[in-house]
Write a protein that binds this ligand. Sequence first.
Ligand code: CLR
Length: 420
Amino acid sequence: DAETPREEPSREVEKHPLEASFIGYEDPVRQKLKLDADDRPKISLWGILKSMIGKDMTKMTLPVSFNEPTSLLQRMAEDMEYTDLLDTAAERTDSTERMVYIAAFAASEYASTIGRVAKPFNPLLGETYEYARPDKGYRFFVEQVSHHPPIGAAWADAKKWTYYGESAVKSKFYGRAFDINPLGTWFLRLRPVTGGEELYSWKKVTTSVIGIMTGSPTVDNYGIMEIKNWNTGEVCSLDFKARGWKASSAYQTLGKVVDANSKTRWSMGGRWNDKIFARLTPGFEADNLEAVTGSEKAFLVWQAHVRPTGIPFNLTPFGVTLNAIPDRLRRCLPQTDSRLRPDQRAMEDGEYDLAATEKNRLEEKQRAKRRVQEAEGTVHVPRWFHKTICETTGEEYWSTDGGYWRMREEASNGGQWQDI
Ligand code: CLR
């Protein structure tokens, strides 16, 4: 309700202005990689994985040709591709309509998973990644805060919203499928035109690599996503259907927005790789996809960006921008930024052998550091994030006081990154 005390996150943008973070991002975004096509050796996934049934991702050592030239920190930044939905949500005066756009945002990130049966680089402990878009008015930042289990804490701010959460996943290879189950809660603080601030939260659905045994591995996403507006009590639930035998059932998602009195207000649905529609349905809900998308009363909420040809590793155009390192940006970055990883850079340039040796070298170095810490009895303390409890939901989350961007501003003005 309106009485909820304003918590730390909302003050962050005031504490450190967004504009100062855009230094280094003056160049237009990258549109191509050096390579036009990746000529990774085609090795059967099943051939490699069959001895690993029952294992989780952290216990699998795979040849580097199963990687893609992004880090898991950068994959988290891919959530930012469709933030215009959040900007639109903030402009809406009706809270159920805001929910429609926010739910579409939560679903939109899955579009980038199509065709990406590849392992992102595992972030090293303390690795960071920043990404800012002056043209879109946001900045994003993530730090690998834990190695066992691997956890990245992410934080994004724009004038109208703050989005944050963690990447912890539970993964398991079942033989038939390889499931990746996100554990963390994601939070959105929206500052709508009507004034005040609203808190939304949700959990991500399960990502699954299917078709491994049959030799046509494909990424699917399934499960029920429940997005809650903690100020109004409105909830949107979206059911991502597991891909069945029929091709027509692939990518389907169907759901509804329900108000605090359990009355349905909107039906929503579509395909998460393509388009999502919403239809005003006061008092009843559309129980099949055709009833939502086929109605002239439905409107298009979101549409996936086209994937041009000539981009290797099946990256999206947005994905291509992530590892770019123009000179003006390079001088602003701390040593810990993912863009400076030589193994990932080599992979991006198609130098797979170099990528493999560099990856081993970095991982060995990390193991050695861990052994020293264990011998000394010290533990790693995250540099930019600390764990707190959300007063509203009662859940734990990683909070930051904007210290990263403040120090970055000094560094971009000729100062130094300290203690990095
Ligand atoms: C999906 C969107 C979520 C964040 C997220 C976390 C883990 C990612 C997953 C996304 C996409 C699929 C993913 C997974 C880790 C490993 C898995 C990249 C980005 C790949 C497809 C596994 C490939 C495994 C083989 C090559 C063995 O918000």
